[in-house]
Design a protein around this ligand. Structure first.
Ligand code: NAD
Length: 489
């Protein structure tokens, strides 16, 4: 039986659920059936004000606690998430339509990893001592690592729980407060995270969730009390949000879209390369920002690659995402499905060869067949624009210099991967890729220990790893004069 996922209230503010039914209704739809499974309301200006004011008021006391004490709360929350992994995974599956076989291992689990990792780092966040000469008794400087204050997190719909955790964990570890706005399509996971953080001992006001679309997001971003914005979303939204952040001279992390290359050389292990191309195009029905959607395959391995790919795709199990045997789920919405179908039509028109898929599945919900185009050329729209659906483009190439130049001939720069048994070449190629996150002989693995983010229009800043700390804290420099002060007059 499907669990009831209607939350007790739409928002979570100052440690408690908050409702304001005067906000515009927000329906939550299960993408596998199209049925409405919950009904929420968008945040009104009063709700937004309550969240921002509460967060601002709570932050100073949290920042004054030792990092170790803050970390303890995050680590406790990680433990609760792991204990409740199945329940949270079912919720994530209902919210997003992603198969339970994925959410059980990739979503809440990744969120718990982030809380544990940044919880562990919290006690070790320090400034540094800078000797300035003169030996003992000489001048020196030191730096104080301070939180930024009030941070806003805004999420996309593909990894709602993971995105909320990837933003909340470093923000809270550094002593900030956060107001988080999930995507209006997937509002449920972040509410659960808020509950769990408070169950773990997070003081009220430090992690708040408000619901709504772009207007609510814009109201949060432009509020003068907000010191930092971290957005996960598309490039057009990123441009708007970055502009608003710039107007207030606010810190910004932008995790945006991509059109990443996955390069398969003749000497690659064909089975591994095909596995990576499947993961990097069809996991989460292709709705993953770092997907390797331009698969460049060298001439000598092309036939073996396409033949294996076609065989492996026949093993995809499309079905009820709540059934653990299902390995391929629906897209998030009717609207996103229509966008992807339009890209497929364009691909055919422009002369790409449709190898498999390309149609909406004959079943309820927003299912699209896993789709592969071959003989794709660099100028085709499907090779240039982010599709954000289960559509793989296979492009031919001949040599290393050529493929690097073509891989980089895009405004995007989120990710990239290379498959080769020649490790020197593997390192050489990723070094030349204009991308923020790269893989050699694997694809799309994003452990919390490794910084993640893009270059070019795919974004700025980094999530995860020690690198994230720099994006949720600031340094104050202190020069200490140990002797007299000389002045010219
Ligand atoms: P989107 O840009 O439509 O929306 C993202 C979020 O921004 C939503 O919560 C939305 O309500 C909010 N928003 C929209 N307009 C806003 C405004 N003017 N001010 C403030 N907030 C606003 O993106 P989406 O369709 O939810 O997600 C898909 C996109 O996200 C894809 O391009 C994908 O590549 C990208 N993405 C990137 C990453 C990454 O880490 N780089 C991860 C997941 C998704």
């Amino acid at each position: 039986m499907r669990p009831d996922v209607q939350p007790s209230a739409s928002h979570f503010i100052n440690g408690a659920p908050v409702e304001d039914t005067t906000g515009a209704p927000l329906g939550v739809v299960f993408p596998a059936t199209g049925e409405r499974i919950a009904r929420l309301h968008e945040a009104t200006p009063a709700v937004i004000e309550q969240a921002l004011a509460g967060a601002q008021a709570a932050q100073k006391e949290w920042a004054a606690m030792s990092g170790r004490m803050r970390g303890r709360v995050l680590i406790r929350a990680a433990g609760i998430i792991r204990e409740r992994n199945r329940e949270l995974s079912v919720l994530e599956t209902l919210d997003t339509g992603k198969p339970l076989s994925e959410t059980l291992v990739a979503d809440a689990a990744s969120g718990a990893d982030a809380l544990e990792y940044f919880g562990g780092l919290a006690g070790g966040l320090t400034g540094e001592h800078i000797p300035l000469g003169g030996g003992p008794g000489g001048d020196f400087a030191y730096t104080i690592r301070e939180p930024l204050g009030l941070c806003v997190g805004i999420g996309a719909w593909n990894y709602p729980t993971q995105i909320a955790c990837w933003k909340a964990a470093p923000a809270l570890a550094c002593g900030n407060a956060m107001v988080f706005k999930p995507s209006e399509l997937t509002p449920l996971g972040a509410l659960k995270l808020a509950e769990i953080l408070h169950e773990a001992g997070l003081p009220p006001g430090l992690f708040n969730v408000v619901q709504g679309g772009g207007d609510v997001g814009a109201a949060l971003v432009s509020d003068p009390r907000v010191a930092k914005i971290s957005l996960t979303g598309s490039v057009p939204t990123g441009r708007r949000v970055y502009e608003m952040a710039a107007a207030g001279m606010k810190h910004a992390t932008m995790e945006l879209g991509g059109k990443s290359p996955l390069i398969v050389f003749d000497d690659a292990d064909p089975e591994d390369a095909v596995s990576a191309a499947i993961l990097g195009n069809f996991y989460s029905a292709g709705q993953v920002c770092s997907n390797g959607t331009r698969v460049f395959v060298q001439g000598g391995i092309k036939e073996a690659f396409l033949e294996r790919l076609a065989r492996r795709l026949r093993g995809a199990v499309m079905g009820d995402p709540l059934d653990e045997a299902t390995s391929f789920g629906p897209m998030i919405s009717e609207g996103q499905l229509a966008i992807v179908l339009a890209h497929i039509a364009r691909g055919k028109e422009e002369g790409a060869r449709l190898v498999t898929g390309g149609r909406r599945a004959e079943r309820p919900g927003f299912f699209l067949e896993p789709t592969v185009f071959a003989d794709v050329t660099d100028d085709m729209t499907i090779a240039r624009e982010e599709i954000f659906g289960p559509v793989m483009s296979v492009l031919d190439f001949t040599d290393e210099d050529e493929v690097i130049a073509r891989a980089n001939a895009t405004q995007y720069g989120l990710a990239g991967g290379v498959f080769t048994r020649d490790l020197a070449r593997g390192h050489r190629v990723v070094a030349a890729l204009e991308a923020g996150t790269t893989w050699i002989n694997t694809y799309n693995l994003t452990p919390v220990e490794m910084p993640f983010g893009g270059v070019k229009i795919s974004g700025i800043g980094r999530e995860n790893g020690h690198a994230a700390i720099a994006h949720y804290s600031r340094l104050k420099s202190v020069y200490v004069g140990m002797g007299g002060v000389d002045a010219p007059f």
